[in-house]
Design a protein around this ligand. Sequence first.
Ligand code: SF4
Ligand code: SF4
Length: 370
Amino acid sequence: MKEINIFCEAIKDMPVVASKIKAGQKKIIGYLCSYAPEELIYAAGFHPMRLFSSKSEIVLAEQHLQAYCCSLVRGVLEDSLSGRLDFLDGTVFPHTCDSIQRLSDIWRMNGKYEFFADVVLPAKLNTQSARTYMKDVLTKFKKDLETAAGREITNADLQASIKKFNLIRKNLSKIYALQSQRPGIIKGADLYAIVKGSMVMDRDEVVDLLPAIVAKLEKVDVPQKNIKRIVVSGSICDSPDIYTAMEAAGGVIVGDDLCTGQRWFEGEILDDDNPINAITTRLLDRLICPAKHSTPTARGENMVSLAKKNRADGVIFMLLKFCDPHAFDYPYLKESLDKEGIKNMLIEMDDQQQNSGQLATRFETFIHMI
Ligand code: SF4
Ligand code: SF4
């Protein structure tokens, strides 16, 4: 499908995406975590761009980050130090996992880009004080952006930005819903390209392309025999080959709990005369990641409900090596699924090293078992 190909091509070359944005006179603000308030960045007239590692060999980052930090954080630092991110005009670091917080310190001290902000969001999300604090933090971030942009961000700017991001979320949700209804209408690698592309490409282009993809997918039909419905869970997955290997083994992805998936786009921002209130509500209510806290059982309940809602035959946990928040959560999530009789398996990934042959064998074994 030509619209999907546009996403697939775009994500192969971030500097090309960046040069197109720059040609439109927009400054680019990078971010690493799905708690980054993109709507505010966009409303200020900047282009929010999620950063992924180019997976180059780690050389310069070795001097700053230990080998036991996750490959995402190490890879992005390597890209920055080696000049591969020189198209950035600034970066935003939401306060989440330890690795991102340490990266933020190193980033600030290296001072390579014009704009820098730490957005110190609350760690605990289910209290009234967290809501008040979150609103204050977002208001301060808005002021920082206004200073950088040299202009006021009006409520109309924010409402227009929210509307655009809601449209993207709504269409991505529709694509996921269609894939869950008729698994296999879109390849996992293409689904991933659409989500990643939506995080990095010109949002006007994304808003134009997604409804066309939805309309075409609504008409696609595929045989539904011998399909094993798989839900994947983890921090991010930036390796489309993994999806291809799962499909080759007979699995089809019908849902995910990933920051390169539903955890990023799930939940619309509601209409509110005070847009900061509305953004706060979404950040507090969205699917939680293990670097944040609400009730002690929220993540397990979400996981079970995601698996049941998508009638998953199995769940595959895909953990980036040295990702502490997800590794700490794994035993409890596994137990929640085991109690419900939902089969699951764990794989560990690393942006710099993939053993695709071994992974393919493990997927085959798991998918035959479920
Ligand atoms: S898993 Fe959590 S900390 Fe990591 S990028 Fe996603 S939201 Fe941020
Ligand atoms: S949540 Fe995990 S994968 Fe994401 S940046 Fe933190 S340690 Fe790395």
